[in-house]
Ligand binder design. Structure first.
Ligand code: SAH
Ligand code: SF4
Ligand code: F3S
Length: 453
């Protein structure tokens, strides 16, 4: 059905080389959706360019997890409006923010010139929607509120040719009280395990070496009789020849079962940095967040994982200033940070999201206090970076070379199995995508230096 529209769009654009550009505002799932959008657009004959201000078709793939995303988007829409006054541009806006009722209203009232609006459950209709917009000059709105089906085999244009993200499940059932994701992504739906493995085998055949399995809560993945759960799936992915590094994001601490820990411990291919989102270190706040674990349970889990999995380090997400959080409760978060010694911390200031349970609370924390706590956490984290880096000096690490370095023209940049950025001298003997063995020699705070062995 969509194939027809792909052909129709090609016909309309016949002979012309039209360009597209996609701006992605959200998480890795959002990024993966953008790769599918790119795949569909290329089948329709559009050619990618980086500068969205020069493109004939612009797609904004939005995120609404925190408020600042909205301001960013409106700024960009304003830029396209100005370009539209001078020449033809087709503007399509999709993603999580478009699933919000109030945003749809705002789009209709303030941005009527947007050509296509689509949601998280209607990505696969893009060819039809673009066709309607460019051939009939219609303003298309394609957003549904119910969970969509899982669409397999959409074309995909990946951002890299050696590392790939593979979505294993959609949606979220956890309803953490601060979070809007379950409202805009719908309920949990797991992909068929055979389909996932087939996709990864094809990637391996195409030369891909690194796979990241994606989902809002990957360890609640539900398979079939043969590949029952996340532990089984992870095990099967590791068996695929050619895949050298396997990663996943995000697991939920409440579902981090022993079978998953064992699979990781027994498979050297699996990344040695695991993301274990803490959110808060205080049991009362965690309860109000609906996280379903206590401070002690989190600490026990982190200890157990570190003791069973050789060379493991942890990364985490933390929210400061959840409604009602007191200074003493925030101290518990700092306490967990000191005890677990996270290698990486993604820190967020609580942002009120309409429709969530926490947004209705009267005891919102004042902005200045939220910022103070943020700065305190940041200071503690940064004081740990050097300490964590020093552990690496003199060690031997496997490095996947990912790009030319941001820091120095004559060097390559790669990542260890614990996701540390390491730079090495450029040489003809190896290239981007290769896995090399290096000895770590220097600590430069945000990266390490290594020598090829
Ligand atoms: N499913 C993933 C998280 C997705 S959102 C998980 O549970 O790990 C990514 C991160 O954004 C969350 O872990 C949380 O730390 C942060 N976040 C979510 N909602 C937020 C809000 N309302 N304010 C501030 N940070 C938020
Ligand atoms: Fe949001 Fe919680 Fe679901 Fe993560 S697990 S997406 S934080 S509701
Ligand atoms: Fe944002 Fe949607 Fe991801 S709200 S964090 S893009 S799932």
């Amino acid at each position: 059905m969509q194939e027809n529209y792909i052909e129709l769009v090609k016909k309309i654009n016949n002979g012309k080389i039209l360009t597209y550009s996609i701006l992605t505002f959200g998480c890795q799932l959002n990024e993966n959706d953008s790769e599918k959008i790119a795949g569909m657009l290329e089948e329709m004959g559009y050619v990618k360019i980086d500068d969205y201000k020069k493109a004939d078709l612009v797609v904004f793939n939005t995120c609404c997890v925190r408020e600042n995303a909205e301001e960013k988007l409106f700024g960009k829409i304003g830029e396209i409006k100005k370009i539209k006054e001078k020449r033809d541009v087709c503007l399509a806006i999709g993603g999580c923010m478009m699933q919000e009722e109030k945003m749809l209203k705002k789009m209709k009232e303030s941005y009527p010139f947007v050509n296509v609006i689509f949601g998280t459950h209607t990505l696969q209709n893009l060819p039809e929607n673009i066709y309607k917009a460019i051939s009939k000059n219609q303003k298309v709105k394609d957003v549904i509120d119910i969970d969509g089906e899982i669409y397999e085999d959409l074309p995909i244009k990946r951002n890299s040719n050696f590392k790939a993200s593979v979505t294993i499940m959609y949606g979220c059932n956890n309803f953490c009280t601060y979070c809007i994701v379950p409202y805009v992504r719908g309920r949990e739906r797991s992909r068929n395990p055979e389909k996932i493995l087939e996709e990864i085998k094809n990637l391996a055949n195409d030369g891909y070496k690194e796979i990241t399995l994606l989902g809002q809560n990957v360890n609640s993945y539900k398979g079939n009789e043969k590949i029952r759960n996340f532990a089984d799936l992870l095990n099967e992915v590791c068996k695929i020849d050619g895949i050298e590094k396997v990663d996943f994001i995000s697991p939920h601490p409440k579902d981090f079962t022993d079978d998953v820990i064992d699979v990781i411990a027994n498979n050297k291919k699996i990344s040695r940095i695991i993301h274990l989102p803490l959110q808060s270190g205080n049991t009362k706040v965690l309860k109000e967040m609906n996280r379903k674990y206590t401070k002690e349970q989190f600490l026990e889990l982190a200890e157990k994982m570190k003791s069973k999995i050789d060379g493991l380090v942890l990364s985490t997400d933390i929210i400061v200033g959840f409604p009602g959080e007191t200074d003493e409760e925030f101290e518990d978060t700092l306490d967990v940070v000191r005890k677990v010694n996270f290698e990486q911390i993604f820190m967020f200031i609580y942002s009120k999201r309409d429709g969530t349970v926490a947004a209705k609370r009267e005891d919102q924390v004042p902005e200045n206090i939220k910022h103070k706590r943020f700065d305190k956490l940041k200071e503690l984290y940064e004081s740990k970076v050097d300490e964590n880096n020093e552990k690496y000096i003199g060690t031997v690490q496997e490095l996947l070379i990912e790009s030319l370095s941001r820091y120095n023209d004559n060097t390559y940049e790669g990542r260890t199995k614990t996701n540390k950025v390491v730079i090495i001298e450029k040489s003809k003997d190896y290239k981007i995508g290769d896995v090399v063995t290096v000895k770590i020699t220097e600590n430069h705070k945000w990266y390490l230096k290594g020598e090829i062995l």
